[in-house]
Design a protein around this ligand. Structure first.
Ligand code: UFG
Length: 323
């Protein structure tokens, strides 16, 4: 198979690319390198530098490459930023995504895997969160991903575009070669590890008065290689579907910091700060549907091995990709 991966120079896209290539399939990475890194592109992949905002160019690329399927990772994904710059989110995550699927229709490419998010649920009615929870996003990021899910539904009805929406919980960890390096880092695990690397003095814990056992927010951290495995299963889907992708286990911010102290051997000083706007107390996935329908199961369900893999990558690459 030949798969076109948008955002293949980014954190999750680079590791999915690596896993596809390990199976012997071929990959065309399409990335504009604003969020991604040139050295995160697996050298076995073909690289096309381009921007989904350039409609003619993505049409030309799809027509020339004629992939069997497209995986769409390219997006902006910071909840906080989306609250101050919604335009960027609706433009990049919705409008430019439409350029991509129009180009697919034009080139006759019918298989699509979409990086969606549990942020489409907003504050969940039930935890663990299954796919029947109402989708009521509480920020433009989650809204932009939900809007695109809706667009896809119509492209299936009208153009026969088979798509799988994978609603990620908190991606974490690394492969041996590729890892998490955001130019603006707001995520908990890389920020905790930066303290262990001596690059930050302490980690901020955003709020300790949530309705959780230790008062800090609980999240479902899924190893990025388990996430990649789900994409590989989704690519052969006969019918469109939406699946939550998490492990079904939740860990609090405090538990993550404690586990990171064990993994790194560093004291990792932490201070409690104001709660961050828009953070629900508990986000834990039910992954029953994807297990039942695609046979997916996470290999790593505990926070410690996830942190170990992240720490291995960050200590080998203390400056990330260095660009
Ligand atoms: N947190 C801290 N200190 C930090 C960073 C984060 O206490 O320095 C807390 C947050 O308040 C939150 C938890 O750690 O409670 C996890 O925060 P992240 O920023 O690592 O991740 P989020 O859950 O906010 O968001 C991530 C992705 C989104 C995605 C979401 C799905 O950034 O794109 O997971 O759950 F939608």
């Amino acid at each position: 198979m030949k798969i076109l991966v948008t955002g293949g120079a980014g954190y999750i896209g680079s590791i999915c690319t690596e896993e596809i290539l390990n199976l012997g399939d071929s990959v065309v990475v399409f990335d504009n390198l604003t969020e991604g890194h040139r050295s995160a592109i697996d050298p076995r992949a073909k690289f096309v530098e381009g921007d989904l905002g350039d409609r003619d160019f993505i049409f030309k690329t799809l027509a020339e490459e004629k992939p069997d399927a497209v995986m769409h990772f390219a997006a902006n994904a910071l909840v906080g930023e989306s609250m101050t710059n919604p335009s960027k989110y609706f433009r990049n995550n919705v409008a430019y995504g439409i350029n991509l699927i129009d180009a697919m229709v034009d080139a006759g490419v019918k298989q699509f895997v979409f990086s969606s998010t549990c942020a489409t649920y907003g504050v969940p009615e039930r935890v663990p969160i299954d796919e029947r929870n109402p989708q009521r996003p509480i920020n433009p990021y989650g809204e932009s991903k939900l809007m695109f899910e809706h667009v896809l539904k119509w492209y299936e009805k009208i153009h026969g575009l088979v798509h799988v929406n994978l609603r990620y919980f908190n991606a974490a960890g690394a492969s041996e070669r590729f890892g998490e390096d955001h130019r603006i880092e707001t995520h908990l695990i890389p920020n905790v590890l930066k303290v262990a690397l001596g690059q930050r003095e302490r980690v901020d814990i955003f709020g300790d008065r949530y309705d959780t056992p230790d008062g800090t927010c609980i999240r479902d951290y899924i190893h990025v290689k388990d996430l990649a495995a789900a994409h590989l299963l989704a690519i052969g889907a006969k019918h469109s579907a939406s699946y939550n992708l998490g492990t079904g286990e939740g860990f609090s911010v405090q538990q993550v910091v404690d586990a990171a102290r064990k993994v790194t051997g560093h004291a990792i000083p932490a201070v409690v700060k104001e709660a961050r706007a828009g953070d629900p107390a508990r986000l834990i996935s039910s992954s029953l549907k994807i297990t039942a329908e695609l046979g997916w199961k996470p290999k790593l369900q505990r926070i410690q091995p996830i942190l170990e893999s992240a720490w291995a990558w960050h200590s080998k690459n203390p400056n990330g990709y260095g660009d």
